[in-house]
Design a protein around this ligand. Structure first.
Ligand SMILES: O=CCCC(=O)O
Length: 494
């Protein structure tokens, strides 16, 4: 692709959108430079050119933000739930009005195609609406002690200042999924967004302020050194809760740091989702679901189908149809009209995907589509289909995080389930079958926190998102999501 092609951001006016985003740290309800005066650059993954520079938080800034947050904490906890709810609701409405700009902003900093960014704008914003509704329904419990000698009152209180560490792959939704329940429950929150995508979080913080959120309740700390900011905050006793979405190795490190002060944690970590297709499935529906499960967000999703396990009777039909569907993908700059696959977020991610494919091919996989890293600027990798892959091959052990469909075959149901469960991860699983008995049986045997039955997208603000095994601890979204930000207090009465 020529750079003039890559430069034509012809859907909206990107420069005007970028110019409208605050680029300082968000502390005390306003945009402010870093104490050191340092900034770092944010890149366009389609052109590898600098989009803008953002203030670079260090440990001093983190503590200044925490001072401001701690100062705001009591008043926010005492703010009536209805008022907290209305601020969340107004933020939802502001983001709804700005949906096109927010989508473009995400595409600029993340690279992925605009339709995916539009979908995330809707999905991410929905957490604001959902938790605006949950804020006024934080309940309790009252009962008689069975021995008849007392009464039991169970109440909930905000956990206290929270730290959210968010990833680059869903720059809005991974923020709102943590911020909305924390604020709804009466907590203040500091957010350290990913270095690749700080702009969306800054735009969100500004929208919250416009909606009436008091200064200090939400802070955003973009940084080129995540560990500096997160360590400074986690080692401060005032932080009571850490919510992280990202890789399992980083999650382990954060859990170790949190253990020092026994801080509460929610960890949404890596995934290795199997996608099973049984002989009795509707193959066309399975192909549609497989495409969504693989290609949503260009494959850069922890819920992405990482391994397709297809029963032998339909494997060729499924593979041919999925290959045909994936061949219709239009790769290019994510902001270009008609593009359905943008670049990956950075060179590291693109190189990792290319190496996994090369390794799989040298291990015997067959390339049905793609598989060649394009020349030129931008972190592009094409839609790729590999089949004849051993279900236990190295590529099935790694989270690919790219547009690569890896297809293996199984014979008996038990073999498919054994292969699906043969991973240390347990975030999402998917399968297709038209047999209700089998659906119930397989859903209960798959070792994951979430199972999609005859559907390829499961994410929903109203559902509890989270994993088991090494995919993490805790749930986000649903009625469960707010519990992560509340302490239970039992009051014993006579
Ligand atoms: O990548 C992690 C989050 C994916 C989602 O919420 O659907």
């Amino acid at each position: 692709m020529s750079s003039s092609e890559a430069d034509s951001k012809d859907v909206l006016d990107p420069q005007a959108i970028l110019d409208g985003v605050p680029t300082g740290l968000w502390i005390d309800g306003r945009s402010t430079p870093a104490a050191s005066g340092k900034t770092f650059e944010v890149f366009d993954p389609a052109t590898e050119e600098v989009l803008t520079s953002v203030a670079d938080a260090g440990a001093d800034d983190a503590i200044a933000a925490l001072d401001s947050a701690a100062g705001a904490a009591d008043d926010w906890a005492a703010t009536p739930a209805r008022e907290r709810s209305e601020i969340l609701r107004r933020t939802f409405e502001l983001l709804t009005d700005r949906a096109d700009d927010i989508a473009m902003l995400m595409t600029l900093e993340l690279g992925r195609a605009l339709p995916d960014s539009r979908a995330e704008t809707k999905y991410g914003n929905e957490f604001l609406r959902w938790f605006a509704e949950e804020a006024v329904r934080i309940g309790g419990r009252f009962t008689q002690a069975p021995a008849g000698n007392g009464r039991i009152l169970v109440t909930h209180q905000p956990v206290g200042p929270c730290l959210a560490i968010t990833p680059w792959n869903f720059p809005l939704a991974m923020g709102t999924r943590k911020i909305a329940p924390a604020l709804a429950a009466g907590n203040v929150m500091l957010v350290k967004p990913a270095g690749e995508t700080p702009l969306t979080m800054l735009a969100l913080a500004e929208a919250f302020a416009e909606a009436g959120l008091p200064p200090g309740v939400l802070s955003v700390l973009p940084t080129s050194s995540s560990s500096t900011v997160s360590s400074a905050l986690i080692s401060d006793d005032r932080i009571k809760k850490i919510s992280f979405t990202g890789s399992t190795p980083v999650g382990r490190t954060l859990l170790g740091q949190a253990a020092e002060r026994v801080q509460r944690t929610s960890m949404e970590l890596g995934g290795n989702a199997p996608f099973l297709v049984f002989d009795d499935a509707d193959v066309d529906a399975a192909v549609e679901g497989a495409y969504l499960a693989k290609m949503r967000n260009g494959g850069e999703a922890c819920t992405a189908a990482n391994r397709f396990l297809v029963q032998s009777g339909i494997v060729e039909e499924f593979t041919a149809k999925l290959t045909e569907k994936m061949s219709q993908v239009v790769m290019g700059p994510g902001y270009r009209d008609g593009v359905t696959l943008g670049p990956l977020v950075n060179a590291k991610q693109r190189d990792k995907v290319a190496e996994l494919v090369e390794q799989a091919v040298s291990d015997g996989a067959r390339v049905r589509l793609g598989g060649e890293r394009p020349e030129g600027r931008g972190f592009f990798y094409p839609a790729t289909v590999l089949d004849d892959v051993d279900p236990y091959a190295p590529i099935t052990r790694e989270e690919i995080f790219g547009p690569v469909a890896v297809i293996s075959t199984f014979d008996a149901e038990d073999d498919g389930i054994a292969a699906a469960n043969s991973t240390e991860y347990g975030l999402a699983s998917y399968f297709y079958s038209r047999d209700l008995e089998r659906c119930m049986r397989v859903a209960s045997r798959l070792e994951s926190g979430m199972v999609g039955v005859n559907r390829g997208v499961i994410s929903d603000a109203a559902a509890p998102f989270g994993g088991i095994k090494q995919s993490g601890i805790g749930r986000e979204g649903g009625t469960e999501g707010i519990d992560e930000y509340l302490n239970v207090k039992y009051i014993a009465l006579t």
